[in-house]
Design a protein around this ligand. Structure first.
Ligand code: CTP
Length: 193
């Protein structure tokens, strides 16, 4: 039994493969999923938001770029039961949740920061807010209410916003192509294009 979301990891894996194909050394930090491990990338498997934070901290020590495409949990249960919670105990159950760390917002270091913004409303305004608050170089805004794109889908329709305020709206594209467009932007910022 778990509380989770429908994120498949497809966007993160597509980004990892696209970066690998451009010659980058890639560390892919991933929660459990059904996707096969991409060849030629270093994979770090994590089970919790805290484990992801620890793995990201370690990986960025040698990184030029951090791209956070993960749909990380914002809350976790405050109390963890060592034994099974029996159904006889009560007719309803309250789970108290506490905040997890904001990995992208808190991780320190000198590297290019790229985030995603999963939004159900006010796409551009909310994404711009996250770009500023998390001090990002780029943010990829994603309307997660659309059925044909975003969480779980093979395609994505995104808007890329950079730290200078430049906005680029992309059409519905396979996640691999979205990845290449994001990496083109990153290459520009790194001065490699
Ligand atoms: N993120 C993160 N750590 C978290 C939550 C999110 O690093 N605990 C990252 C995501 O990987 C993404 C960016 O922060 O790159 C924005 O995530 P999103 O879920 O859109 O927003 P939140 O910051 O969680 O804010 P809110 O849920 O209020 O929209």
């Amino acid at each position: 039994r778990c509380l989770t979301n429908r994120s498949s990891g497809k966007m993160g894996y597509a980004l990892a493969e696209a970066a690998r194909d451009r010659g980058a050394r890639v560390v892919l930090v991933s929660a459990p999923g059904t996707l096969p491990k991409p060849v030629g990338v270093d994979m770090v498997n994590v089970g919790t938001a805290q484990e992801m934070y620890d793995a990201v901290k370690k990986a960025v020590a040698k990184a030029d770029v951090l791209i956070m495409a993960a749909a990380v949990a914002d809350y976790r249960p405050k109390k963890v039961s060592k034994s099974k919670i029996k159904r006889e105990r009560a007719s309803s159950l309250m789970l108290e949740l506490e905040k997890t760390a904001d990995i992208l917002g808190e991780v320190k270091g000198k590297f290019l920061r790229v985030g995603f913004a999963a939004e159900t409303e006010n796409l551009l305004a909310n994404a711009k807010g996250k770009l500023a608050k998390k001090r990002l170089d780029l943010i990829v805004a994603n309307d997660i209410t659309a059925k044909d794109s975003g969480i779980g889908a093979d395609k994505n329709r995104v808007v890329i916003i950079d730290r200078k305020g430049k906005v680029e709206k992309l059409p519905l594209l396979p996640k691999r192509e979205v990845s290449d467009r994001i990496l083109d932007k990153i290459a520009q910022f790194l001065g490699k294009k």
